[in-house]
Design a protein around this ligand. Structure first.
Ligand code: ASP
Length: 452
C-alpha cells in the first residue's frame, strides 16, 4: 500500500487534477491520497490558502467579505466544472465557506488556522466527489475521524504521536481510495490547528508511518530534487537517492521541495519516500531512504542555501571564563519567547543565529535591550540578514580535505565567509555568509565539487 500526497500545483485546476486522477487510477496500491489546497495556476496567481487567509483577515476586521468569498468559491467551482460535476454537489462546500465567518473561535490564531485548513478540508471533499464521479470509488476522510491530534500551537502545530494507534485502525479493506486533507489536525479541544506552511507533506508522512505504508510518494512539480538550486545553476545534477538525514539538512537550509519536519515520521517508521513529478509521472524522481539502502555515495549530495536568517554578534573579553554566561543569554531569549538556530562561539565572541521568519521586530528590540542592560557586552551587533550555505553528503563523514574543496573555490573568487561550522553534524558543513554573496559562493563551490 502506498500513501500518495499531491501538492498545490498538482491540484491547481481541472487539467492538473485529471493528471492526478490518472496517476492514482494507474496503481491500485495508491490507496491513501493526501491532498493540499489548490495552488498557483500561473506565476502571479494566489494560492487558495492565501485567499483564505485574506478572508480571515477581512472577517477579523469586519470588512466586506463578498468578493473574497466569491474568488475562493470560483477556484473550487472551476475545477468541478472541468469534470461536469453537477452544481448541487457544491452546495455544501459553498455553505462551509460562508459559515467560516459565522463561527466562534477560541482566539484569532485559531480563527486563522481554521480558515487556512479549509483550503485542504474543502479540496479533499471535492476530490473525493470528482474521483467517484469519474468512476473510481473514493471517500473523504476527516482527520477527526482518524484521530489525528496535534498540540495547541494553532498555526504551527506539532503532531501528537499518540495518534498513531488510532490511525492504524483505519479500515483499508474496502475498494475505495481514501482522500485525506493535508496540513492540519485537531487539538484535544476539537479545534483545527495547522502545521507550518507547506505542512501537507507532514500529514502524508504521518499517514505513511501510521499505516506502515510500503512507500510514501510525494507528487510535486519537479522531476527530481536537484543537487543545487536550479535558479543558481542551470541544469544541475539531479539526486537519484539520498538518506533521510541528508534530506533533512538540505530542506532545513533551503531545499523547498519537501517540508523539513515531514521527514521525521518517515524516519521513525523506516518509510521510504519518493519525490515525483505529477507532470512527468514516469520519471523515477528522487528516493529518500534509510542510510543502509544508499549505494554509490558521492562525497557531496547537495548544496543548499537560505537567506532567511538573522544574527546577533556579541563580543566581551574573558567570556570563556565566566560560568553561566550562556545561560543568562538563553534566559533572556526564553523570556521573549525566542528560539535560536545555531550558536557558534570563540573565546571572547558569540554569534547567535535566528530564523528571522519567526521573529517580530518587537521581540528583537526587547531581546537586544535586555542583553545590552544585563550582559553589558563590549560590542553588540544585530545583522538583520544572514545567509547560510549547507554542503551536505553522507560521503563527508570523516572525509579528509572536504573543507579544502569548499574553501579553495571561495578564495579563488574572492568570497569571504563569516562562519564555518564543521563537526556538529558529521554529514554537513555549514557556512555563514553575507546574503548578497551567497549565490556566487554556491556557484563556485558547486562548480568545484561537481567538476562542471
Ligand atoms: N496549503 C498549505 C500552504 O499553502 C499547505 C500545503 O500546501 O502543504 O502552505
Amino acid at each position: 500500500m502506498k500513501v500518495s500526497k499531491f501538492g498545490g500545483s498538482s491540484l491547481a485546476d481541472g487539467n492538473q487534477l485529471q493528471r492526478v486522477f490518472d496517476i492514482v487510477a494507474s496503481d491500485i496500491d495508491r490507496k491513501i491520497i493526501v491532498v493540499s489546497a489548490p495552488g498557483k495556476r500561473f506565476n502571479d496567481d494566489i494560492k487558495v490558502t492565501d485567499l483564505l487567509l485574506k478572508y480571515a483577515e477581512a472577517t477579523i476586521n469586519d470588512v466586506n467579505t463578498i468578493t473574497i468569498i466569491e474568488s475562493i468559491k470560483e477556484r473550487y467551482h472551476s475545477i468541478a466544472e472541468y469534470f461536469n460535476l453537477p452544481q448541487e454537489s457544491l452546495i455544501d462546500l459553498d455553505e462551509q465557506i460562508a459559515h467560516l465567518s459565522q463561527r466562534h473561535y477560541r482566539s484569532f490564531d485559531y480563527l486563522y488556522a481554521a480558515f487556512a485548513a479549509h483550503g485542504e478540508y474543502l479540496n479533499a471533499q471535492l476530490v473525493a466527489k470528482i474521483f467517484t464521479h469519474l468512476g473510481m470509488p473514493s471517500r473523504f476522510v476527516d482527520p477527526k475521524e482518524i484521530g489525528l491530534l496535534v498540540d495547541n500551537n494553532a498555526r504551527s502545530a506539532t503532531f501528537d504521536s499518540s495518534s498513531y494507534a488510532s490511525i492504524a485502525t483505519l479500515d483499508l479493506s474496502t475498494n475505495e481510495r481514501l482522500i485525506i486533507p493535508g496540513f492540519f489536525g485537531y487539538t484535544k479541544n476539537g479545534d483545527m490547528a495547522t502545521f507550518s506552511r507547506g505542512g501537507s507533506d507532514i500529514t502524508g508522512s504521518i499517514m505513511a508511518r501510521g499505516l506502515d505504508a510500503d512507500l510514501y510518494e510525494n507528487f510535486t512539480d519537479v522531476s527530481a530534487i536537484y543537487a543545487v538550486n536550479p535558479k543558481i545553476i542551470s541544469n544541475p545534477q539531479s539526486i537519484k537517492q539520498m538518506t533521510y538525514d541528508e534530506m533533512r539538512e538540505l530542506s532545513y537550509a533551503g531545499f523547498a521541495v519537501f517540508h523539513d519536519e515531514a521527514i521525521i515520521p518517515a524516519i521513525q517508521g523506516g518509510i521510504r519516500i519518493n519525490i515525483k513529478n505529477t507532470n512527468d509521472p514516469s520519471a523515477p524522481g528522487t528516493f529518500i531512504v534509510p542510510p543502509t539502502e544508499v549505494q554509490n555515495t558521492t562525497p557531496v549530495t547537495g548544496i543548499a542555501n537560505s537567506n532567511r536568517f538573522a544574527a546577533l554578534y556579541l563580543h566581551r573579553y574573558l567570556l570563556n571564563k565566566e560560568v553561566g554566561f550562556t545561560l543568562r543569554i538563553l534566559e533572556i531569549l526564553k523570556r521573549h519567547n525566542i528560539s535560536y538556530e545555531h550558536m557558534p562561539s570563540g573565546i571572547d565572541d558569540l554569534t547567535i543565529i535566528f530564523d528571522k521568519t519567526s521573529l517580530s521586530q518587537q521581540q528583537i528590540d526587547n531581546m537586544l535591550a535586555d542583553i545590552s542592560a544585563e550582559i553589558k557586552p563590549d560590542t553588540l551587533k544585530w545583522l538583520p540578514s544572514y545567509g547560510i550555505i549547507m554542503i551536505v553528503g553522507e560521503g563527508m563523514r570523516n572525509r579528509i580535505g572536504a573543507l579544502t574543496e569548499i574553501v579553495t573555490p571561495l578564495k579563488e573568487n574572492g568570497i569571504s565567509l563569516q562562519m564555518v561550522n564543521q563537526g556538529a553534524s558529521e554529514i554537513s558543513i555549514m557556512l555563514g555568509i553575507q546574503p548578497d554573496l551567497a549565490d556566487n559562493a554556491v556557484k563556485a563551490i558547486y562548480n568545484n565539487i561537481f567538476k562542471v
